[in-house]
Each structure stands twice: as C-alpha cells, then as structure tokens.
Ligand binder design. Sequence first.
Ligand SMILES: [Zn+2]
Length: 131
Amino acid sequence: MSSYIDETYDIYDETWRRAIKPHVCEACERCIAKGERYARIFILFNGEKEALVRCVGCQTIHEHLRTLDPGEMWPDERLNCGEEYTKHWDKEPPPLIAALAFATPDEAELIRFRTAAWTQFRYARRAWWTP
Ligand SMILES: [Zn+2]
C-alpha cells in the first residue's frame, strides 16, 4: 500500500486549487473538471522534481493512509501500490473512505468534510500520547 520511510522528500508541497481547465487525477485517472477542487503536489527528491494532481477523493484517501502508520509508512503518490487495504492493514477501510472509490466529485467533497474531523482527531491523539 505504501513505502517504508527510510528517506524523506527534500520538498513536499501540497496545495489546494480550483481547476481553471480540466486536469486528470494521477491516482484514479478521472477527469477533474473545470471548477472542481484538486490537490497539486510538488515533490523534490534527490534533485528530481515531480508535480502531480489528485482529485478530492484520492487526496482524502492519501491523507487517510498517512494516518495508519505515521512516521513509518507513506502512501504511494498515485495510490498505485498494488496492495489491497484489507490484506495490508488486516481490517476493512472505514466506510466513508471505502465510499470514496465510487463517489462523485460532490460526494467526495462531502466525505472529505465528514472525515476531516476524525482524521485530525487521530493525529491529535497520536501527538498527545507520543512521548
Ligand atoms: Zn482521483
């Protein structure tokens, strides 16, 4: 599902944008229509630059995956690891995260809004309990 972290990106810059022209999500390959929000990711790693875009649903999945083993695992940037969530994490994905796979852009925005609270709660909880 992800890569073990043994190195870190030199730059990892994630920004939210609203499309002024169509883009293609580089994770699910869905067309991001004009007017839709999307995440643009700029990466600098070992002198190599890379920029990619993810739709709201894929960005939300990516952010969720980061919470599963923070500091140890980092999700594939295109969510293209070839592994199944259930097999890798030995549990089902949360229902809202699973629903993102088939969500329309509007539904993905709604799911993102609903999942943000518990994602931040998980982060906060880990930070609180981590010595
Ligand atoms: Zn996508």
